[in-house]
Write a protein that binds this ligand. Structure first.
Ligand code: NAD
Ligand code: MG
Length: 384
């Protein structure tokens, strides 16, 4: 029986994690849950899974219903304390945004194994996180949940002692894959939220449309697998069946395949190294008409280039890219800007903020704060 705490339990990843806990009650006991604003759903989850600790991070929780008094509710600003204090073997980090960074570090320092869905944590604070965690070895302390990174991690397990030469990071291409540049620039949030293959939270769905999701994932892969940026190539694969691949010196390629359903990588992190029933079938190959691959178009999707640029710049550049993108994605979701402004805001922020150090948590959080203020200022100019 493993004890699991879930940060962001009311979101897309959080709810699917709880589904898998419910599927295997003999394996998992839920000991802590958090949500940002979905108070009623959090209460419902506490009622059903009976954790001893919970936290509503985005607002005061107010009156706790009589029948939930067995659970201690932490104050909104105590997400990282909860990550450290909870009685858990595993910490599923499924909050969205940089809010995951401090909690991940606190949870790891308190001895929890980290199941990491939250990519912004690695993008902003990769060096800090990898100082505390190991992805390889007999007892990894950081297990990737993002589907592409789970795929690469699974391929590496099959690689034995052989080192990879390159990573082929697949991307669906999102809803604007075949749109021309002018149409993408004018696209709205309603159009971006129609993702062709994955059903996810709103921020990552917008990131998938702008391709900033793949930009974040390039940076995530660099930290998780200790490769150079040049070893990571993005490959557009609209069917989202090949979740990523690794290439060896001899030209052989290993891929991990599956239907696009996050329950598989979520559950694999939860049961690693075992594989158990997830509720997801294997792909029905005869019914897959074709699996296709194409190179990404840097002109229509310039976000990818920014990821390489930020990695090259080093220091806090990736934290700045992430902070500016969080602000721009939010403004886009609120229909304050169009799709083309997202890239302009992030690129403009990177240019203006310049180089900053990222050796300590305070420095990373300061770079994030500066990036957000700069991005807001650029957006304000654009929209007034
Ligand atoms: P979501 O928006 O559906 O859920 C986010 C969760 O975090 C909710 O429980 C919400 O209450 C909580 N939350 C929101 N803002 C918060 C804040 N400031 N502080 C603390 N908690 C906060 O998001 P999601 O789609 O489940 O994605 C979660 C993370 O996993 C993201 O980093 C995303 O990039 C990553 N991810 C998601 C998917 C997917 O299929 N949804 C796939 C790969 C990676
Ligand atoms: Mg992904």
């Amino acid at each position: 029986m493993r004890k699991i705490a879930i940060l962001g339990s009311t979101g897309s990843i959080g709810r699917q994690t709880l589904d898998e806990c419910a599927r295997h009650p003999e394996r998992f006991r839920v000991t802590a849950l958090t949500a940002h604003r979905s108070r009623d759903l959090l209460f419902e989850q506490v009622r059903r899974f009976r954790p001893s600790l919970a936290c509503l991070t985005g607002a005061p929780v107010g009156e706790i219903p009589e029948d939930l008094r067995f659970c201690t509710f932490y104050a909104p600003d105590r997400l990282a304390d909860l990550a450290a204090d909870c009685d858990a073997d595993d910490l599923m980090v499924a909050v969205v945004g940089i809010a995951g960074l401090r909690a991940t570090l606190a949870g790891r320092k308190a001895g929890k194994r980290i199941l990491l869905a939250n990519k912004e944590t690695l993008v902003a604070g990769g060096a800090l996180v990898m100082r505390e965690c190991a992805v390889d070895g007999p007892a990894p302390t950081l297990l990737p949940v993002d589907s592409e990174h789970s795929a690469i991690w699974q391929c590496l397990q099959a690689a034995g002692p052989n080192r990879l030469k390159t990573i082929l990071l697949t991307a669906s291409g999102g809803p604007f894959r075949s749109w021309d540049k002018a149409a993408i620039a004018q696209a709205t949030s309603a159009q971006a939220l129609r993702h062709p293959t994955w059903s996810m939270g709103s921020k990552i769905t917008v990131d998938s449309a702008s391709m900033f999701n793949k930009a974040l994932e390039i940076i995530e892969a660099k930290w998780l697998f200790g490769v150079t940026p040049q070893q990571i190539q993005v490959l557009v694969h609209p069917q989202s069946v090949v979740h990523s691949m690794i290439v060896f010196q001899d030209g052989a390629v290993l891929a991990q395949l599956g239907v696009p359903d996050m329950r598989v990588p979520i559950l694999y992190a939860m049961t690693y190294p075992e594989r158990v029933e997830s509720g997801v079938p294997a792909p029905d190959f005869p019914s897959l008409a074709s699996l296709t691959f194409e190179a990404p178009d840097p002109d229509r999707f310039p976000a990818l280039g920014l990821a390489y640029q930020a990695l090259e710049a080093g220091g806090a550049a990736c934290a700045v890219l992430n902070g500016a993108n969080e602000v721009a994605a939010q403004a886009f979701l609120q229909d304050r800007i169009r799709m083309g402004d997202v890239y302009r805001t992030v690129a403009g922020t990177l240019e203006r903020v310049g180089s900053l150090p990222a050796d300590t948590l305070d420095q990373v959080l300061e770079a994030d704060r500066l990036a957000r203020a700069t991005a807001e200022e650029l957006l304000h100019r654009r929209t007034t």
